[in-house]
Ligand binder design. Structure first.
Ligand code: ADP
Ligand code: MG
Ligand code: ZN
Length: 494
């Protein structure tokens, strides 16, 4: 199948709705006491409940409900005081019960939203619903001697607690989908509902994609691309799907509602099955679980135990610390980075400069070593001290840029390094005056030019003084001192 070229794609509008599955960060499974573990010996964390043995009864985990509530509140949803579990019936070898326990027409939470920004444009993406459900096991098709003939099943993941976050079909490009997913991930991590570790499959998403001619009212028929487990794949799969659908429509064909799989090696989506409708699942209320009731009191307890949300934090950082919105956005992108910022500012007393150091040099060092603010070799207190020294004039900004990597390497405080290496700013006016005099004496040509009105040569002279002082002079004082000395009529030193 050929893909449509950009000029044909431009005639269409893309419509995307995402179903995000997120594994809640509980220690145990949603309906039994088995440990949620990743990478354990296959089938070692199972019991009659998660194996779906006859007569075993599920018991809902309170911890799972609380994490689901945190996630739902953080995504601006309304919590339903009563929600109900339902059986979604289908057969698959990695689901021994023969059904998934999910929620259907009475989900835990509804009517939320996420604000995203794409190329500076703000946009609100609606969340239709968030419901709780259990995960299936894993089929292993490769890696065994007899994989040609057999598929192995590992049921450790069976019964892991999930929330499914269903969005409105509000996204209009793969970039918007990418941004939405990024915000959802950051938010859920922030409130510690989930680690959202995509490599472990703790965050995965199905992308529903359709296209319609620009200006058309009716939504196009969608294809659902299953189980995208990275941001890059999400974007690739959507872009591929759009080009595929436009090509079909442009050649007079019709889109069939179907479920497709994305092949990350070829970058192509392949039809898997025609899409089931809800009635195919024969949903019915789960008879072994009571309705889930969330009292006002419980909800308030959960709410009050939650950290300040990223969006609120961002606004506070702009007003309280006078950060630019862009800087506030970066500094608050994770919980650890925002805590680091506030701890550093408490020492530096200079929010703007602290943010600059974090966004610039420090994040470069972190990226280079694949570390995070939570285990940064430079503590928040130490960064704060470095910024403070620069602001107070004890260390020039230029030398501070060399000191930070040394702090990063050794874990030492800036003051220790500055003391040992003798990098302190030369503030003694006698010592500085001597260097300035030497430079003036050594640059008669530039001095003459300056006196003749070409004042820009001062830059050269400042540079010479900085060099002679090994960067330890404060450029502003140098500038002032030079000007005053050059304007003196008779320079005894000349
Ligand atoms: P299911 O996939 O289980 O049938 P829904 O019907 O609730 O569930 O829809 C799932 C997702 O598909 C939602 O995120 C919704 O926004 C999205 N969606 C629905 N119709 C379209 C469409 N025409 N184009 C793109 N996305 C759509
Ligand atoms: Mg779906
Ligand atoms: Zn179990």
């Amino acid at each position: 199948m050929d893909l449509a070229p950009p000029e044909l794609i431009a005639k269409y509008e893309t419509v995307i709705g995402l179903e995000v599955h997120c594994q809640l960060g509980t220690r145990t499974k949603i309906f039994c006491g088995c440990a949620t573990s990743f990478g354990a010996v296959p089938n070692s964390h199972v019991c009659p409940v998660c194996l779906g043995l006859p007569g075993a009864l599920p018991v809902l985990s309170r911890e799972a409900v609380e994490l689901a509530l945190k996630g739902s509140i953080s995504l601006n949803c309304t919590i339903n005081p009563v929600s109900r579990f339902a059986r979604k019936n289908y057969f698959y070898p990695d689901s021994p019960k023969g059904y998934q326990i999910s929620q259907y027409d009475e989900p835990l939470a509804e009517h939320g939203w996420v604000d995203i920004a794409v190329e500076g444009q703000g946009k609100r993406i609606g969340i239709t619903r968030i419901h709780m459900e259990d995960d299936a096991g894993k089929s292993q098709h490769d890696g065994f001697r007899d994989s040609e003939r057999f598929t192995y099943v590992d049921l450790n993941r069976c019964g892991s607690p999930l929330i499914e976050i269903v969005s409105e079909p509000d996204m209009r490009s793969s970039d918007e989908a990418f941004e939405y997913m990024t915000q959802v991930k950051q938010t859920l991590q922030f409130v510690e509902a989930s680690t959202c570790d995509m490599e472990k499959g703790h965050l995965r998403c199905d992308a529903n994609v359709s296209v319609r001619l620009i200006g058309a009212e009716k939504l196009g028929t969608r294809a659902e691309v299953k189980n995208l487990n990275s941001f890059r794949f999400l974007k690739q799969a959507i872009d591929y799907e759009v080009a595929r659908q436009v090509a079909i429509l442009e050649s007079g064909g019709t889109i069939h509602q179907e479920t497709r799989l994305f092949n990350s090696e070829t970058g192509v989506t392949v039809g898997m099955r025609s899409k089931e409708d809800a009635h195919d699942y024969r949903y019915f209320p789960e008879p072994d679980l009571a309705p889930l009731r969330i009292s006002e009191e419980w909800l308030n307890d959960v709410r009050s135990a939650m950290p300040e949300l990223p969006a609120v934090k961002r606004v506070r950082f702009v007003t309280q610390y006078s950060l630019r919105p862009y800087d506030a956005e970066i500094v608050t992108s994770t919980r650890t980075s925002s805590e680091y910022f506030e701890a550093a500012v408490a020492v530096s007393q200079d929010p703007k400069a602290t943010a600059n150091w974090m966004i610039g040099d420090l994040s470069g060092l972190l990226r280079g070593t694949n570390t995070d603010y939570s285990d940064a070799p430079v503590s928040a207190k130490h960064l704060g001290e470095l910024v403070w020294m620069v602001q107070k004039g004890y260390l020039t900004g230029k030398l501070a840029k060399d000191v930070l990597p040394k702090m990063f390497e050794s874990g030492e405080a800036a003051s220790v390094i500055v003391e040992r290496e003798g990098l302190k700013t030369i503030s003694d006016s006698g010592a500085l005056g001597k260097i300035v005099d030497d430079v003036i004496a050594a640059s008669p040509k530039q001095v003459e030019q300056y006196r003749a009105g070409k004042t820009t040569v001062i830059g050269y002279l400042v540079g010479q003084v900085m060099k002679a002082s090994r960067g330890q002079a404060d450029p502003e004082s140098v500038n002032e001192l030079l000007k005053s000395k050059l304007s003196q009529g008779d320079l005894t030193c000349l």
